[in-house]
Design a binder for this molecule. Structure first.
Ligand SMILES: CSC[C@H]1O[C@H](OP(=O)(O)O)[C@H](O)[C@@H]1O
Length: 355
Protein backbone atom coordinates (compact mmCIF):
# COMPACT_ATOMS: atom_id res chain seq x y z
CA UNK A 1 0.00 0.00 0.00
CA UNK A 2 1.51 3.35 -0.95
CA UNK A 3 1.90 5.77 1.96
CA UNK A 4 -0.81 8.36 2.65
CA UNK A 5 1.88 10.76 3.81
CA UNK A 6 5.60 10.56 4.46
CA UNK A 7 8.19 12.74 6.19
CA UNK A 8 11.07 13.37 3.77
CA UNK A 9 14.20 15.50 4.24
CA UNK A 10 12.70 17.91 1.67
CA UNK A 11 9.26 18.18 3.28
CA UNK A 12 6.07 16.18 3.92
CA UNK A 13 4.99 14.17 0.91
CA UNK A 14 1.24 13.61 0.52
CA UNK A 15 -0.58 11.21 -1.77
CA UNK A 16 -3.05 13.53 -3.52
CA UNK A 17 -6.39 11.95 -2.61
CA UNK A 18 -8.32 14.41 -4.77
CA UNK A 19 -6.76 12.74 -7.85
CA UNK A 20 -7.48 9.10 -6.83
CA UNK A 21 -8.44 6.63 -8.17
CA UNK A 22 -7.39 7.60 -11.67
CA UNK A 23 -4.06 9.26 -10.84
CA UNK A 24 -1.51 8.35 -8.16
CA UNK A 25 0.33 11.65 -7.73
CA UNK A 26 2.00 13.33 -4.75
CA UNK A 27 2.15 16.84 -3.32
CA UNK A 28 5.34 17.80 -1.45
CA UNK A 29 4.65 20.39 1.27
CA UNK A 30 7.90 22.19 2.08
CA UNK A 31 6.52 24.51 4.77
CA UNK A 32 3.72 24.59 7.34
CA UNK A 33 1.48 26.81 5.21
CA UNK A 34 1.57 24.25 2.45
CA UNK A 35 0.68 21.51 4.97
CA UNK A 36 -2.30 23.62 6.04
CA UNK A 37 -3.41 23.97 2.42
CA UNK A 38 -3.10 20.22 1.85
CA UNK A 39 -5.35 19.57 4.85
CA UNK A 40 -7.91 22.27 3.95
CA UNK A 41 -8.14 21.11 0.34
CA UNK A 42 -8.49 17.44 1.41
CA UNK A 43 -5.42 16.34 -0.49
CA UNK A 44 -4.94 14.49 2.77
CA UNK A 45 -8.12 13.71 4.74
CA UNK A 46 -9.38 11.37 7.39
CA UNK A 47 -9.24 12.21 11.07
CA UNK A 48 -6.12 10.25 12.11
CA UNK A 49 -4.22 11.25 8.96
CA UNK A 50 -5.19 14.88 9.58
CA UNK A 51 -3.91 14.62 13.16
CA UNK A 52 -0.48 13.32 12.17
CA UNK A 53 -0.33 15.76 9.23
CA UNK A 54 -0.98 18.64 11.64
CA UNK A 55 1.78 17.38 13.92
CA UNK A 56 4.12 17.21 10.94
CA UNK A 57 3.00 20.72 9.96
CA UNK A 58 3.98 21.96 13.41
CA UNK A 59 7.29 20.09 13.20
CA UNK A 60 8.23 21.38 9.76
CA UNK A 61 7.28 24.91 10.78
CA UNK A 62 9.58 24.75 13.79
CA UNK A 63 12.31 22.86 11.95
CA UNK A 64 12.43 25.35 9.07
CA UNK A 65 12.28 28.45 11.31
CA UNK A 66 15.15 30.93 11.03
CA UNK A 67 14.50 32.31 14.52
CA UNK A 68 17.68 32.67 16.56
CA UNK A 69 16.03 33.34 19.92
CA UNK A 70 13.35 31.41 21.82
CA UNK A 71 10.97 34.41 22.19
CA UNK A 72 10.88 34.85 18.42
CA UNK A 73 10.49 31.09 17.85
CA UNK A 74 7.70 30.92 20.45
CA UNK A 75 5.78 33.62 18.60
CA UNK A 76 6.19 31.68 15.36
CA UNK A 77 4.95 28.47 17.01
CA UNK A 78 1.74 30.24 18.01
CA UNK A 79 1.18 31.37 14.41
CA UNK A 80 1.92 27.89 13.02
CA UNK A 81 -0.58 26.34 15.45
CA UNK A 82 -3.24 28.94 14.58
CA UNK A 83 -2.75 28.43 10.85
CA UNK A 84 -3.13 24.65 11.11
CA UNK A 85 -6.06 24.88 13.57
CA UNK A 86 -8.03 27.01 11.09
CA UNK A 87 -7.99 24.37 8.33
CA UNK A 88 -10.90 22.08 9.31
CA UNK A 89 -13.08 22.26 12.48
CA UNK A 90 -14.61 18.81 13.06
CA UNK A 91 -11.88 16.17 13.35
CA UNK A 92 -10.60 16.62 16.90
CA UNK A 93 -7.45 14.74 15.86
CA UNK A 94 -6.29 17.94 14.12
CA UNK A 95 -6.19 19.79 17.43
CA UNK A 96 -4.70 16.76 19.18
CA UNK A 97 -1.86 16.65 16.63
CA UNK A 98 -1.13 20.36 17.03
CA UNK A 99 -1.21 20.12 20.82
CA UNK A 100 1.09 17.08 20.95
CA UNK A 101 3.86 19.13 19.34
CA UNK A 102 3.00 22.46 20.98
CA UNK A 103 3.09 20.97 24.49
CA UNK A 104 6.40 19.24 23.76
CA UNK A 105 7.78 22.58 22.56
CA UNK A 106 6.66 24.32 25.76
CA UNK A 107 8.22 21.54 27.87
CA UNK A 108 11.53 21.82 26.01
CA UNK A 109 11.61 25.62 26.31
CA UNK A 110 11.01 25.32 30.06
CA UNK A 111 14.11 23.14 30.22
CA UNK A 112 16.19 25.76 28.36
CA UNK A 113 16.70 23.36 25.48
CA UNK A 114 18.68 24.78 22.58
CA UNK A 115 16.85 25.59 19.36
CA UNK A 116 18.66 22.86 17.37
CA UNK A 117 17.69 20.28 20.03
CA UNK A 118 14.08 21.53 20.01
CA UNK A 119 13.96 21.13 16.24
CA UNK A 120 15.29 17.59 16.38
CA UNK A 121 12.88 16.64 19.19
CA UNK A 122 9.69 17.90 17.57
CA UNK A 123 10.55 16.26 14.25
CA UNK A 124 11.26 12.97 16.03
CA UNK A 125 7.95 13.25 17.90
CA UNK A 126 5.93 13.86 14.74
CA UNK A 127 7.58 10.90 13.03
CA UNK A 128 6.86 8.69 16.09
CA UNK A 129 3.19 9.73 15.91
CA UNK A 130 3.13 8.41 12.36
CA UNK A 131 4.37 4.99 13.50
CA UNK A 132 2.07 5.04 16.55
CA UNK A 133 -0.94 5.70 14.33
CA UNK A 134 -0.24 2.60 12.25
CA UNK A 135 0.28 0.57 15.41
CA UNK A 136 -3.02 1.89 16.78
CA UNK A 137 -4.81 0.81 13.60
CA UNK A 138 -3.37 -2.70 13.94
CA UNK A 139 -4.50 -2.79 17.60
CA UNK A 140 -8.00 -1.65 16.60
CA UNK A 141 -8.03 -4.42 14.06
CA UNK A 142 -7.02 -6.98 16.64
CA UNK A 143 -9.64 -5.76 19.15
CA UNK A 144 -12.44 -5.52 16.61
CA UNK A 145 -11.92 -8.44 14.21
CA UNK A 146 -14.00 -10.92 16.24
CA UNK A 147 -16.99 -8.56 16.19
CA UNK A 148 -17.35 -8.91 12.41
CA UNK A 149 -19.19 -11.85 10.82
CA UNK A 150 -17.19 -15.01 10.14
CA UNK A 151 -18.77 -14.88 6.71
CA UNK A 152 -20.86 -12.07 5.36
CA UNK A 153 -21.13 -8.58 3.94
CA UNK A 154 -20.03 -5.49 5.84
CA UNK A 155 -21.16 -2.01 4.83
CA UNK A 156 -18.87 0.96 5.33
CA UNK A 157 -19.47 4.66 4.72
CA UNK A 158 -16.87 7.14 3.49
CA UNK A 159 -13.23 6.06 3.81
CA UNK A 160 -11.81 5.06 7.16
CA UNK A 161 -8.99 3.09 5.68
CA UNK A 162 -5.26 3.31 5.13
CA UNK A 163 -5.96 6.55 3.25
CA UNK A 164 -7.61 8.11 6.31
CA UNK A 165 -4.76 7.08 8.59
CA UNK A 166 -1.01 6.60 8.31
CA UNK A 167 -1.69 3.07 7.15
CA UNK A 168 -3.89 -0.06 7.60
CA UNK A 169 -6.98 1.98 8.54
CA UNK A 170 -9.46 2.19 11.41
CA UNK A 171 -12.78 0.77 10.16
CA UNK A 172 -11.08 -0.84 7.16
CA UNK A 173 -8.29 -1.96 9.49
CA UNK A 174 -10.85 -4.00 11.44
CA UNK A 175 -12.04 -5.52 8.16
CA UNK A 176 -8.44 -6.27 7.13
CA UNK A 177 -7.72 -7.86 10.51
CA UNK A 178 -10.86 -10.01 10.34
CA UNK A 179 -9.91 -11.24 6.87
CA UNK A 180 -6.35 -11.94 8.08
CA UNK A 181 -7.95 -14.08 10.83
CA UNK A 182 -9.92 -16.14 8.32
CA UNK A 183 -13.21 -14.23 8.10
CA UNK A 184 -14.76 -14.28 4.64
CA UNK A 185 -15.94 -10.71 4.22
CA UNK A 186 -17.27 -8.84 1.22
CA UNK A 187 -17.50 -5.07 1.51
CA UNK A 188 -20.30 -2.76 0.42
CA UNK A 189 -18.80 0.73 0.11
CA UNK A 190 -21.20 3.68 0.10
CA UNK A 191 -20.02 6.06 -2.61
CA UNK A 192 -20.42 8.90 -0.06
CA UNK A 193 -21.39 11.97 -2.00
CA UNK A 194 -20.34 14.64 -2.61
CA UNK A 195 -16.60 13.99 -2.12
CA UNK A 196 -17.00 10.29 -3.05
CA UNK A 197 -14.51 8.95 -0.49
CA UNK A 198 -16.20 5.54 -0.76
CA UNK A 199 -16.42 5.26 -4.54
CA UNK A 200 -12.98 6.75 -5.14
CA UNK A 201 -10.88 5.87 -2.09
CA UNK A 202 -12.34 2.87 -0.24
CA UNK A 203 -12.89 0.97 -3.48
CA UNK A 204 -9.36 1.85 -4.65
CA UNK A 205 -7.57 0.73 -1.53
CA UNK A 206 -9.62 -2.44 -0.94
CA UNK A 207 -9.20 -3.54 -4.55
CA UNK A 208 -5.43 -3.13 -4.14
CA UNK A 209 -5.74 -5.65 -1.27
CA UNK A 210 -7.98 -7.95 -3.33
CA UNK A 211 -10.84 -7.52 -0.85
CA UNK A 212 -14.18 -8.07 -2.64
CA UNK A 213 -15.81 -4.64 -2.80
CA UNK A 214 -19.04 -3.32 -4.29
CA UNK A 215 -19.69 0.41 -4.57
CA UNK A 216 -23.24 1.44 -3.66
CA UNK A 217 -25.06 4.69 -4.32
CA UNK A 218 -25.86 6.37 -1.01
CA UNK A 219 -29.56 5.52 -1.38
CA UNK A 220 -29.17 1.73 -1.63
CA UNK A 221 -28.34 0.57 1.90
CA UNK A 222 -31.94 0.49 3.15
CA UNK A 223 -33.26 -2.02 0.63
CA UNK A 224 -30.10 -4.14 0.86
CA UNK A 225 -30.54 -4.30 4.64
CA UNK A 226 -34.21 -5.23 4.23
CA UNK A 227 -33.16 -8.04 1.87
CA UNK A 228 -30.80 -9.35 4.57
CA UNK A 229 -27.72 -8.69 2.43
CA UNK A 230 -25.77 -6.72 5.06
CA UNK A 231 -24.58 -8.38 8.28
CA UNK A 232 -22.68 -5.50 9.90
CA UNK A 233 -21.79 -1.84 9.45
CA UNK A 234 -18.43 -0.36 10.42
CA UNK A 235 -17.37 3.28 10.02
CA UNK A 236 -14.69 5.67 11.25
CA UNK A 237 -15.14 8.85 13.24
CA UNK A 238 -13.92 12.42 13.31
CA UNK A 239 -14.87 13.21 16.88
CA UNK A 240 -16.48 11.14 19.63
CA UNK A 241 -18.05 13.11 22.48
CA UNK A 242 -17.78 12.09 26.12
CA UNK A 243 -21.23 10.45 25.97
CA UNK A 244 -20.39 8.36 22.89
CA UNK A 245 -22.11 10.55 20.26
CA UNK A 246 -20.14 10.16 17.03
CA UNK A 247 -19.40 12.80 14.41
CA UNK A 248 -18.56 11.21 11.09
CA UNK A 249 -19.01 11.78 7.38
CA UNK A 250 -22.40 13.11 6.32
CA UNK A 251 -24.80 10.22 5.79
CA UNK A 252 -23.48 8.14 8.69
CA UNK A 253 -26.45 9.04 10.90
CA UNK A 254 -28.90 7.73 8.32
CA UNK A 255 -26.97 4.47 7.96
CA UNK A 256 -26.96 4.07 11.76
CA UNK A 257 -30.73 4.49 11.97
CA UNK A 258 -31.22 1.96 9.16
CA UNK A 259 -28.90 -0.50 10.92
CA UNK A 260 -30.86 -0.13 14.16
CA UNK A 261 -34.15 -0.65 12.33
CA UNK A 262 -32.83 -3.86 10.77
CA UNK A 263 -31.08 -5.16 13.91
CA UNK A 264 -27.68 -4.92 12.22
CA UNK A 265 -24.66 -4.13 14.46
CA UNK A 266 -23.24 -0.63 13.86
CA UNK A 267 -19.57 -0.35 14.86
CA UNK A 268 -17.33 2.69 15.04
CA UNK A 269 -13.55 2.28 14.86
CA UNK A 270 -11.40 5.21 15.95
CA UNK A 271 -8.08 5.79 17.71
CA UNK A 272 -8.18 7.30 21.18
CA UNK A 273 -7.08 10.65 19.70
CA UNK A 274 -10.62 10.88 18.26
CA UNK A 275 -12.21 10.83 21.71
CA UNK A 276 -13.03 14.36 22.87
CA UNK A 277 -13.72 14.18 26.60
CA UNK A 278 -14.02 17.96 26.73
CA UNK A 279 -17.15 17.84 24.54
CA UNK A 280 -20.07 16.52 26.56
CA UNK A 281 -22.35 15.50 23.68
CA UNK A 282 -22.66 15.51 19.92
CA UNK A 283 -24.71 18.72 19.58
CA UNK A 284 -21.60 20.62 20.68
CA UNK A 285 -19.39 19.22 17.89
CA UNK A 286 -18.63 21.86 15.21
CA UNK A 287 -19.75 20.65 11.79
CA UNK A 288 -17.69 21.77 8.81
CA UNK A 289 -19.65 23.38 5.96
CA UNK A 290 -17.81 22.93 2.68
CA UNK A 291 -18.04 24.70 -0.68
CA UNK A 292 -21.26 24.38 -2.71
CA UNK A 293 -19.20 23.48 -5.78
CA UNK A 294 -18.49 20.06 -4.24
CA UNK A 295 -22.23 19.41 -4.73
CA UNK A 296 -22.98 21.41 -7.88
CA UNK A 297 -20.05 20.07 -9.93
CA UNK A 298 -18.73 16.67 -10.91
CA UNK A 299 -15.33 16.45 -12.63
CA UNK A 300 -15.55 20.22 -13.11
CA UNK A 301 -18.92 19.98 -14.89
CA UNK A 302 -21.94 21.87 -13.50
CA UNK A 303 -24.76 19.46 -12.66
CA UNK A 304 -27.32 21.73 -10.99
CA UNK A 305 -29.23 24.80 -12.23
CA UNK A 306 -27.28 28.03 -11.74
CA UNK A 307 -28.27 29.74 -8.50
CA UNK A 308 -30.01 26.80 -6.83
CA UNK A 309 -29.51 26.72 -3.03
CA UNK A 310 -27.02 24.11 -1.77
CA UNK A 311 -26.39 22.48 1.61
CA UNK A 312 -22.96 20.85 2.08
CA UNK A 313 -22.29 19.86 5.70
CA UNK A 314 -19.27 17.53 5.66
CA UNK A 315 -20.35 15.61 8.78
CA UNK A 316 -23.30 14.59 10.87
CA UNK A 317 -23.68 13.28 14.42
CA UNK A 318 -24.89 9.79 15.29
CA UNK A 319 -26.33 9.62 18.83
CA UNK A 320 -24.64 7.00 21.01
CA UNK A 321 -27.84 4.95 21.27
CA UNK A 322 -27.34 3.83 17.66
CA UNK A 323 -23.74 2.67 18.26
CA UNK A 324 -23.25 -1.02 19.07
CA UNK A 325 -19.59 -0.62 20.08
CA UNK A 326 -16.66 1.75 19.65
CA UNK A 327 -13.41 -0.03 18.78
CA UNK A 328 -10.23 1.74 19.89
CA UNK A 329 -6.61 0.66 20.16
CA UNK A 330 -7.12 0.54 23.94
CA UNK A 331 -10.03 -1.87 23.69
CA UNK A 332 -13.74 -1.98 22.84
CA UNK A 333 -16.18 0.47 24.38
CA UNK A 334 -19.84 -0.42 24.90
CA UNK A 335 -22.82 1.41 26.37
CA UNK A 336 -23.23 3.23 28.69
CA UNK A 337 -20.49 5.15 26.90
CA UNK A 338 -20.14 8.02 29.34
CA UNK A 339 -19.10 5.42 31.91
CA UNK A 340 -17.00 3.14 29.67
CA UNK A 341 -15.17 6.10 28.09
CA UNK A 342 -14.40 7.60 31.48
CA UNK A 343 -13.18 4.22 32.77
CA UNK A 344 -10.94 3.62 29.75
CA UNK A 345 -9.57 7.17 29.98
CA UNK A 346 -8.34 6.51 33.49
CA UNK A 347 -6.73 3.15 32.69
CA UNK A 348 -2.96 3.21 32.81
CA UNK A 349 -0.95 1.84 29.93
CA UNK A 350 -0.25 -1.37 31.91
CA UNK A 351 -4.00 -1.90 32.56
CA UNK A 352 -4.85 -1.57 28.88
CA UNK A 353 -5.43 -4.75 27.00
CA UNK A 354 -3.05 -5.16 24.10
CA UNK A 355 -3.79 -8.05 21.77
C1 LIG B 1 -10.53 7.13 9.98
S1 LIG B 1 -11.60 8.42 10.27
C2 LIG B 1 -11.94 8.94 8.67
C3 LIG B 1 -13.11 9.86 8.64
O1 LIG B 1 -12.70 11.10 8.08
C4 LIG B 1 -13.51 11.32 6.95
O2 LIG B 1 -13.80 12.65 6.74
P1 LIG B 1 -12.98 13.47 5.60
O3 LIG B 1 -12.81 12.54 4.45
O4 LIG B 1 -13.88 14.65 5.32
O5 LIG B 1 -11.69 13.86 6.26
C5 LIG B 1 -14.76 10.56 7.24
O6 LIG B 1 -15.57 11.22 8.18
C6 LIG B 1 -14.17 9.30 7.79
O7 LIG B 1 -15.05 8.49 8.46
Amino acid sequence: MIPTLEWLPTGVNFLDQTKLPLEETYVLATDYKQVATVIRDMIVRGAPAIGVSAAMGMAIGIDRSTATTLPVLTEEVALIAKTLAETRPTAVNLFWGIEEIRSLYVELVAKDTTIPEIKASVVAKARRMYDEDIAACKQMGAHGASLLPKEGTVLTHCNAGALATCGYGSALGVIRAAIERGHKIDVFADETRPFLQGARLTAWELMKDNIPTTVLCDNMAASLMRQGRIQAVIVGADRIAANGDVANKIGTYGVAILAKEHNIPFYVAAPWSTLDLATAHGDLIPIEQRAATEVTHSNGKQMTPHGVAIENPAFDVTPAKYVTAIITERGVLTAPYNQSIKAMATQTESELTTV
